[in-house]
Ligand binder design. Structure first.
Ligand code: F6R
Length: 301
């Protein structure tokens, strides 16, 4: 005996399962379309200042941590995320934003620098974020720059990201040569955590973080572009004129290993948050502003 609409005299398409109604199929198709629209979106958000951009990024992270207290955050170092980290620390202090159950994975570390070295990314994270919030030290992960077996360390790093359930949201800065993490131009778009050699340009850009006369290391351990593409959401921050050219190439140029940040076009959910100066080389700023101002409600979640 048949059940459902067909047995009650309503016509039923022959490809429908025995328990599916037209309405159920319509809802399934609609949610599929919505998922497809959500996929592979690079959202470009231009903010009036670096401060406004940092506050917006902090709000997005806070909203994730409130929704999912055990969120897995991917973190970056350098001058770009400093305002964001200051705001997260303020939210923790004044609004009780709770990182107790959160886990963090940093993008990279210099090979040969001990965690106590003032230019190491271990030191940077401790001073600029970790000691200001309540994340459990055992839940924070940064590649070991002193490892005697770098390939094994890199494999273990990938394994611990997988064991944590993957990264929910990855913060990125961009190098003036277009790198993300320390994936320098010509990095494989499928690369995983590994050792990389810095370009002379990146070493010069990062020299101000080192004491005068001190050599910037040539090598780093960095998450790969493939590792970054597997994260569930990415926030790429870019501030100042110095980043304008790299950002234009990444956002409006072709996807190319020569501009590693351009690989984010293959990311299912990438947001690029810029200040006005960093947006000066973009051609379609009016359109990006229009899209942001008219964002459908369901996309704002
Ligand atoms: C840092 C990192 C790098 C920096 C980039 C920009 O962990 O992975 O990609 O984000 O070099 O550096 P700043 O922010 O100092 O301009």
């Amino acid at each position: 005996m048949h059940s459902g609409a067909a047995s009650q005299g309503h016509p039923r398409a022959s490809w429908l399962g025995p328990r599916q109604t037209m309405l159920e199929v319509f809802i399934a198709l609609l949610s599929c379309v919505v998922r497809c629209i959500r996929a592979f979106v690079m959202e470009v958000i231009i903010q009036p200042s670096q401060e406004a951009a940092s506050l917006l990024a902090a709000k997005m992270i806070a909203s994730l941590v409130r929704r999912k207290p055990a969120a897995v955050l991917g973190l970056a170092t350098g001058s770009t995320p400093l305002g964001l980290y200051r705001e997260l620390a303020r939210m923790h202090r004044e609004e009780g934003l709770d990182f107790q159950r959160a886990t963090t994975f940093n993008l990279d570390e210099y090979v040969g620098l001990a965690p106590g070295h003032p230019a190491s990314y271990h030191h940077f994270m401790r001073e600029n974020l970790f000691r200001h919030i309540n994340v459990a030290p055992e839940n924070t992960h940064i590649p070991d720059g002193l490892s005697c077996d770098i390939p094994a360390t890199c494999e273990a790093y990938e394994a611990s990201i997988r064991a944590a359930g993957g990264i929910d949201l990855q913060i990125l800065g961009i190098g003036s040569d277009g790198h993300i993490g320390f994936n320098e131009p010509a990095s494989s778009l499928a690369s995983r955590t590994r050792i990389k050699t810095l370009t002379p340009r990146t070493r010069a850009d990062n020299a101000p973080f080192f004491a005068q006369g001190e050599e910037v290391p040539h090598h780093v351990i960095t998450m790969g572009i493939g590792t970054i593409l597997e994260t569930r959401q990415v926030l790429l921050l870019g501030f100042g004129l110095k980043k304008a050219e790299a950002l234009a190439a990444a956002i409006e140029g072709p996807v190319s290993p020569m501009v590693p940040a351009s690989a984010l076009h293959f990311h299912p959910r990438a947001h690029v948050i810029l200040d006005e100066a960093a947006a000066t080389r973009l051609e379609r700023t009016d359109y990006y502003r229009h899209v942001f101002d008219n964002k459908p409600v369901w996309q704002k979640q």
